[in-house]
Design a protein around this ligand. Sequence first.
Ligand SMILES: [Zn+2]
Ligand SMILES: [Zn+2]
Length: 183
Amino acid sequence: MTFQKAFSILSCLIIRTKGLSQHLPVAEDSTYDPSCAFCNVSVENGFDVRWEDSQLVAFRDRDPACEQHFQVIPKRHLSSVRQLGKSDVGLVKAMVNVGHQLLERLAIKRSMRKMGFHIPPFISVGHLHLHVQALPYKNFARKAKYPTARGFNSYQKGFTWFIEAHQTISIIQEGRRVGVLPC
Ligand SMILES: [Zn+2]
Ligand SMILES: [Zn+2]
């Protein structure tokens, strides 16, 4: 165990004893990457945390594309949607469920809810994050960052760098991988 790892575990334990009001850092297992912004999500680090359970954390996006824009992330460090396989279907469904709960609290209609992932290399942070948004977007430039493309033939998704959560679930539960190309 490196000193840095030991220190991160130790500081995690110290913060843990302070209780939940002081939001726990995400760092809690072997996947923790000290240089990753989302492995270090905490109120102390300036995040507007809106949800936490044993597996997930959600916070308001720092540069919202819509009036209501959240990020739901797993505490475990997973680099991106490309990494997900069949065994991650439950994780994605749990992330979507948190997204719905956040938007439900704000009385956002189902038809105005949009959730999805950016696909590498088109990602800003290399830690899996589900964008949870209440449409409409602030402007066209914002909208262009979250394009969706319906699938065709046997594909669930067309050519695009953003994939909606329901498309992701369909693809990975068939044992296939997500990519920018139709998949
Ligand atoms: Zn991370
Ligand atoms: Zn993103």
